[in-house]
Design a protein around this ligand. Structure first.
Ligand SMILES: Cc1cc2nc3c(=O)[nH]c(=O)nc-3n(C[C@H](O)[C@H](O)[C@H](O)COP(=O)(O)OP(=O)(O)OC[C@H]3O[C@@H](n4cnc5c(N)ncnc54)[C@H](O)[C@@H]3O)c2cc1C
Length: 425
């Protein structure tokens, strides 16, 4: 892989997400060679992917080149590659562009969409985990609106204008709110000869309430907000099948739709090599101790979504959101420093800063410790927090100006089919 030979120890980080980047940034004072591998050459700000899917933001504003984020790091090497296998005995990593060895390995590979083994849904539904997938949803939505505008069949038009989202966690709820804003404020101006009222937005949730991980207050309020926006919320409803035309619920009921977005769950993006002893099977996450070390491997660490750390306060592992990944990345950097100073490592403790979710314009719900509130103030905090969390000054500015423009003009300007989406047959 054309990495320079050096007497320095080599730390290999797999994954340039929230965890991998926050760790690498903090390694700048360590006399080591750092190699970061990711299958994308950019870091993705996943919390705003839904705005790319719904034409609110351009993809460039939520993605940032990894080489640029880490340009100040000495002895840093980035490799654009997909890691295929790890051999912990020989400390070898096999990628699609070659092989390398490590002294210390950090797994920060996050998660991938979980289709729960349903091959039909995997083939026909739209996942939203990456920038290309978010762009696919944007293209599909706009292509289907174009088709609906020239369709002479009521039945076909209804299916083209029916948008179904499966999974009412923050992603599903935010997406449903954004579709509803498009229906209310944007599409009636674009498609003046189409009855945009025909557009239906359905949100399916297998559990008894939406925003399950948040408080009852957040669930209730967001449900009210969605209903006010015209979203049809189906609780206790399992979507069992989808063939590209027909959605089938577990109770046998069906609905014709050409748009099904799958936001029902994730599973760890694990890599072959550790499955026998170190993977929590049901979740596909690596079991780690309080120092983020994989059980039985003193030189292999896992951080972020892929790591499963049981603590007193989090007996089922930390939530798979950005903060644990960022905090674990920063903490591991300190522990690696301690290792090189031959001092004992310190255990990780998670500081929960709270959860926010937005539902269209001016509305959000917030659980910040004991404070639970909703409405305009929560929405303002949501915007501020997301703007500050974005990587790169340029991205913060672009997102800020886009939001201001969209807010003033009731618009979502990125309504472009740049790369048409081809449905699988
Ligand atoms: C649509 C969506 C909305 C979200 N909204 C929120 C939110 O509002 N708030 C919040 O806190 N969290 C949110 N999350 C969750 C949050 O994004 C994750 O918890 C966070 O990204 C985890 O960070 P990570 O570093 O563990 O993994 P990630 O950020 O997912 O990074 C993993 C990286 O590893 C790379 N990778 C994976 N496998 C390989 C391989 N084999 N070879 C090479 N590279 C590989 C990937 O390309 C990726 O860059 C959302 C997630 C999604 C998908």
């Amino acid at each position: 892989m054309n990495l320079p030979n050096t007497s320095q120890k080599r730390i290999v980080i797999i994954g340039g997400g929230f965890g991998g980047i926050s760790l690498a940034k903090k390694l700048k004072n360590l006399d080591v060679q750092v190699v970061l591998i990711d299958r994308h050459n950019y870091h993705t700000f996943q919390p705003l992917l839904y705005q790319v899917s719904t034409s609110g933001l351009e993809p460039d504003s939520i993605a940032y080149p990894i080489r640029k984020v880490l340009k100040r790091l000495k002895n840093f090497h980035f490799r654009l590659a997909s890691v295929e296998k790890i051999n912990p005995d020989t400390k070898e990593i096999k990628t699609n562009i070659g092989e390398l060895t490590y002294d210390y390995l950090v797994l920060a590979t996050g998660t991938k969409t979980n289709f729960f083994g349903n091959a039909n849904i995997e083939k026909h539904a739209m996942p939203m985990k990456t920038v290309p997938q978010a762009l696919n949803i944007r293209s599909l939505m706009l292509q289907n609106f174009e088709k609906a505008d020239d369709s002479e069949s009521d039945e076909e038009r209804k299916a083209l204008l029916t948008f179904c989202i499966v999974g009412a966690g923050p992603t599903g709820v935010e997406l449903a709110g954004a579709f509803a804003e498009l229906k209310r404020n944007v599409f009636p101006k674009d498609y003046r000869h189409l009855n945009v009222d025909e557009m239906e937005i359905h949100l399916f949730e297998g559990g008894p309430r939406i925003l399950g991980p948040m408080s009852e207050h957040a669930s209730e309020k967001s449900n009210q907000f969605l209903k006010r926006l015209g979203v049809k919320v189906h609780l206790n409803t399992i979507v069992a099948d989808y063939d590209g035309d027909l959605l089938t619920k577990a109770n046998g009921e069906t609905l014709k739709t050409k748009n099904l977005i799958w936001a029902a769950g994730v599973t760890g993006a694990s890599i072959a090599g550790f499955e026998n002893t170190k993977l929590v099977e049901r979740l596909n996450r690596y079991k780690v101790n309080l120092f983020n070390q994989l059980e039985g491997c003193s030189d292999v660490f896992a951080i972020g979504d892929i790591a499963y750390m049981e603590t007193e306060n989090f007996p089922n592992g930390h939530p798979q959101v950005a903060q644990p990944a960022i905090q674990q990345g920063e903490h591991l950097a300190k522990n690696l420093n301690l290792i090189f100073q031959e001092k004992p490592m310190k255990p990780f403790t998670y500081f929960d800063k709270g959860t926010l979710a937005t539902i269209g314009r001016n509305r959000a719900v917030a659980d910040l410790g004991k404070l639970k509130f909703s409405g305009f103030f929560a929405w303002f905090i949501w915007m501020f927090v997301h703007l500050m969390a974005l990587v790169g000054f340029r991205n913060k500015m672009i997102v800020f100006f886009n939001w201001a423009y969209n807010y003033i003009n009731y618009d979502k300007a990125a309504r472009l089919i740049v790369r048409p989406f081809k449905q699988k047959t």
